[in-house]
Design a protein around this ligand. Structure first.
Ligand SMILES: *[C@@H]1O[C@H](CO)[C@@H](O)[C@H](O)[C@H]1NC(C)=O
Ligand SMILES: *[C@@H]1O[C@H](CO)[C@@H](O)[C@H](O)[C@H]1NC(C)=O
Ligand SMILES: *[C@@H]1O[C@H](CO)[C@@H](O)[C@H](O)[C@H]1NC(C)=O
Length: 127
């Protein structure tokens, strides 16, 4: 039931959107997609924290767009699920100790707006 609820919201939203007069504005549509996408991400985070994995506090995943961070801000050495890393002072980004261009982002602790392009794309495409 927990998982079905957001879908019903989205379907209702889509239905009402077809009823109101569509201005076919590209900006409106992009805003809509972003709203739905960030809602998906938020739901996923809530679901993850509340039910499935009460002991897991982060979820680092490889990104192809993590190299624009200032490398002197990676200050915490840590062993993560992905291997031994240096973690950014924000605690939301890490890179491999042996190769700083292999970067990871913590999907679980990032808002939708903070996600790198390759990870927000997935939510956007779903939306
Ligand atoms: C990176 O951070 C260091 C220390 O905070 C700073 O001195 C340096 O100018 C920064 N480099 C860039 C490219 O922002
Ligand atoms: C570091 O990783 C990047 C991206 O995977 C790769 O292109 C590069 O060759 C690696 N560098 C070293 C020294 O292994
Ligand atoms: C990578 O991230 C930077 C900063 O968030 C952004 O400006 C840039 O467009 C991104 N590039 C890609 C290919 O997603």
């Amino acid at each position: 039931m927990q998982l079905i609820k957001p879908f019903i919201h989205i379907i209702l939203f889509l239905l009402s959107a077809t009823i109101v007069e569509l201005t076919s504005s590209k900006i409106w549509f992009q805003g809509f997609v972003k709203n739905v996408a960030s809602k998906f991400h938020k739901n996923w985070r809530q679901h993850f924290f509340s039910e499935e994995n009460p002991f897991i506090k982060n979820c680092f995943k490889l990104t192809n767009n993590g190299t624009h961070y200032n490398s002197s801000d990676f200050i915490y050495p840590m062993i993560l699920g992905v291997g031994s890393c240096l973690v950014h002072r924000s605690l939301k980004v890490a890179h491999a100790c042996y190769n700083s261009s292999i970067a990871y982002v913590d999907l679980l602790n990032m808002d939708y707006d903070e996600l790198p392009g390759d990870w927000s794309y997935e939510n956007r495409a779903t939306a």
